[in-house]
Ligand binder design. Structure first.
Ligand SMILES: *[C@@H]1O[C@H](CO)[C@@H](O)[C@H](O)[C@H]1NC(C)=O
Ligand SMILES: *[C@@H]1O[C@H](CO)[C@@H](O)[C@H](O)[C@H]1NC(C)=O
Ligand SMILES: *[C@@H]1O[C@H](CO)[C@@H](O)[C@H](O)[C@H]1NC(C)=O
Ligand SMILES: *[C@@H]1O[C@H](CO)[C@@H](O)[C@H](O)[C@H]1NC(C)=O
Ligand SMILES: *[C@@H]1O[C@H](CO)[C@@H](O)[C@H](O)[C@H]1NC(C)=O
Length: 360
């Protein structure tokens, strides 16, 4: 569509619209990438995947009890991080705004979520929207914005915006189960190398598009999820899976340190969801939890044998559960994580926390 409004005038109007949001939020926009820990409804638009959460009892504690596609009883960790940054909640799913008539100026100008449950850092992980595709969608979104506000304005806004990335858990799960939990040291090393190489490719692509403020969330101890514990004869955490996860997280920390010295103007925080969850698991009562091993929603042993759906039951004391379903945290856990990742000490966010990244 060709607009009659002169380009300059249009730029001024658009820049003003952006400025309004910048005045009430701490950054102009938030862009989100990753898996089900971040998805707010992109997968609702996909068919042929069971990585979905757009039915009850998901969303039972969300406003109006809406199952939005979040893998939670309410808000997820990204929502809480966005709230700390002055937004109402996570930005909307890309697939909900992409074909709207006023797509980018009215909706999505304060950010978009490209995250897709089931995806990983590797394109070979899962059958949903790969990280590669998420970044292509982001590039399309950015060029659409640029066509409305000029490339320079779009780049300026992007450089001040925060990119939240929460991925890696599905790759770790896939590798662990493909090797029956018996991978050799060489196989594990090779897995880490492929993961780091591909993560580097993604981060460089985002940097080349103009992103400067990166907020990564590391992989939680997935060996403690109900779906993992149910494979242990005593329902304990799978230590091998946690060790694999921690090894990956450690390499991501080194990678980011390396990249920050190569990429001029790049700043980052890594939110340590591994430590957040481990600390809850090791002292449940200390943080007011009664159950850190079973799913609130689901059925069978540990609520982990049948996934959460309208066919299963769910607990009433959701604030005393670490896990909502057999993989994902409750809103209560996400709120705790959001608090620590945003403003917490280096145990939970390093080398700086998200608040410091936002204010830098
Ligand atoms: C958006 O529009 C394109 C082109 O018409 C179509 O291929 C695509 O499926 C639409 N996507 C959504 C999520 O509606
Ligand atoms: C990792 O990245 C390389 C280089 O971009 C690519 O060729 C390869 O397909 C990726 N591997 C996976 C498993 O996604
Ligand atoms: C892994 O090791 C266990 C115990 O040594 C063995 O029972 C199992 O068959 C092995 N799994 C695979 C896939 O090799
Ligand atoms: C970080 O940089 C060092 C030194 O160049 C290199 O040996 C190492 O492989 C890099 N590690 C990662 C994870 O990028
Ligand atoms: C719920 O139960 C119905 C009836 O038994 C079944 O057809 C359906 O597939 C079940 N849904 C899920 C998500 O398990």
């Amino acid at each position: 569509m060709k607009l009659a409004v002169p380009l300059l005038l249009l730029s001024v109007i658009s820049a003003a619209l952006f400025a309004v949001s910048a005045a009430v939020t701490k950054v102009p926009a938030v862009y989100v990438f990753g898996d089900s820990t971040a998805d707010v409804g992109n997968n609702n638009y996909l068919s042929g995947t069971d990585a979905k959460a757009d039915f009850p009892h998901y969303g039972v504690d969300f406003p109006h009890q809406t199952p939005t596609g979040r893998f939670s009883n309410g808000y997820n960790t990204i929502d809480f991080l966005a709230i700390h940054m002055g937004f109402k909640r996570s930005p909307p799913p890309y697939l909900a705004v992409v074909n709207k008539t006023h797509p980018l100026i009215l909706r999505g100008r304060r950010g978009v979520s490209f995250a897709s449950g089931g995806s990983g850092i590797l394109d070979s992980t899962g059958t949903t929207i790969t990280m590669t595709k998420q970044i292509q969608d982001f590039a399309a979104h950015e060029s659409n914005i640029a066509s409305r506000v000029t490339a320079a304005v779009a780049k300026g806004l992007l450089s001040k915006s925060v990119l939240l990335i929460s991925s890696g858990g599905n790759d770790v799960f896939a590798f662990f189960f493909a090797t029956g939990g018996n991978a050799t040291a060489d196989q594990t090393e090779q897995f880490y190398n492929v993961m780091i190489t591909n993560y580097t490719t993604h981060l460089k692509a985002l940097y080349d598009l103009g992103a400067r403020k990166f907020a990564l969330i590391n992989v939680p101890p997935v060996g403690c999820c109900p779906i993992s514990r149910v494979m242990h004869p005593l329902g304990a955490c799978l230590d091998g899976l946690n060790a694999l996860t921690k090894g990956f997280n450690d390499r991501v920390s080194v990678l980011m340190k390396n990249l920050s010295s190569e990429m001029e103007g790049m700043k980052y925080t890594i939110g340590n969801s591994y430590n957040v969850v481990m600390n809850i698991v090791s002292d449940p009562a200390g943080v007011g939890y009664k159950d850190v091993s079973s799913a609130c929603c689901g059925s069978g042993k540990l609520g982990a044998e049948v996934m959460c759906s309208p066919n299963t039951t769910f607990c009433t004391n959701r604030n005393e559960f670490l896990f909502w379903d057999r993989i994902h945290p409750t809103q209560e856990t996400s709120e705790k994580a959001g608090f620590e990742l945003y403003g917490g000490a280096s145990e939970y966010a390093s080398p700086i926390n998200l608040k410091q990244l936002v204010e830098s």
